[in-house]
Design a protein around this ligand. Sequence first.
Ligand SMILES: Cc1ncc(COP(=O)(O)O)c(C=O)c1O
Length: 413
Amino acid sequence: MTAQFGQDDSCQVTHLECSETGDHYPADRLQGLSRAGKPLLVCYDLKAIRQSVSKETLSRRPSDMWRYREFLPIGDFREIISLGEAMTPLIRLTGSAGPLGARNVIVKDEGRMPTGSFKARGMALAITMAKAFGVTRVAAPTAGNAGAAAAAYAAAAGMEAFVFTPEDTPEATLREIAFHGARLYRVNGLINQCARIVREGTETMGWHDLSTLEEPYRIEGKKTMGLELAEQLGWVLPDLIYYPTGGGTGFIGMWKAFEELEAIGWIGSARPRMVAVQSPGCGPVVRAFESGLDHVAEPWAPVETGIHGVRVPKPLGDRLIMRVISESNGFATDASDEAAEQARAEIARTDGVHLCPEGALCHAAWKQDLARGRVDRDERVVIFNTANGLKSPMPAMAGPVLDCTKPIDYGAL
Ligand SMILES: Cc1ncc(COP(=O)(O)O)c(C=O)c1O
């Protein structure tokens, strides 16, 4: 499905800016990394945004991510590549959190997005922009979900997609990527090796590199998680946000959303403490935080976690992630795969909510932080469930088979 906005919706982007040097880059052409090899951030005329939209106007728009169009780089008559990116619900956990005395634990369930994950937000925008710039071939390294979203949106845009993923990516996601018609390659390495293959193939293959933070627009798409959360909570942000951090695009994007909202006067200066959640088997951000560094010094090795979304040995946006932690007075924390699996099972049974392993990792980490006194049980916490639980394997638990040709012994059930 494609859509077009009316002529009155003008684009408020002023330029792109290198996140390291502050150098400006024009926004009217396809861009990748800055000359310093760092992510480019999209900058807006915030005064113009303030004048062109109000909270009231916003509240009358359809419930999707495009309702924030003044905060996005989409101008007049740009063709929007959309698969129906609805606003995702906030679900209060009562069953699992109740016995801990916590009444304010909320899951933002991104599993409701097209292709079953939050990656749809970033890819919807990246592919929309790529299409506007005339791209016909894209390539993405992925832990799985980004590849599925890239494949689906590329299909919707009529583009050719190449996807490179670690070979142990869950089978359901591999099939999903291939099913959308992408050329899928499994790599006997991690996402950083997949990213290298994409980067080095650009000249020969002429594709547009969709890697996290290597192109400037996925972060703007993910920014809508922050805009949406703020609006859903009546423009009062929570005390804590727990976010499973791999490349950190959503983490950085949400913070950017809060900065822009404050700049236009829609929220005050109160911000959530931003908590980057990783694994003891791949925790480069946790290690940097605990060492007091503002960047990740060394790629994490060996990577020993089965939680695919956080298997990023050295995020490209490391300095941006560390800046968000520091400016928000937040922290980085981790939980084991076992704790995550336990949390996933417990919440499925007691709350009826099926978290993905990454969302469950956040819950497990929050529970540990609560026990350690790092967070308070009265604090309002939002846990990001970044994908639909059904996309990840579940324990084999098929029930016994009943013989329907014989009488059923109900007492034995
Ligand atoms: C389910 C899930 N959660 C979290 C992440 C990490 O996201 P980010 O790159 O925004 O840190 C990923 C990335 O692959 C993912 O698939």
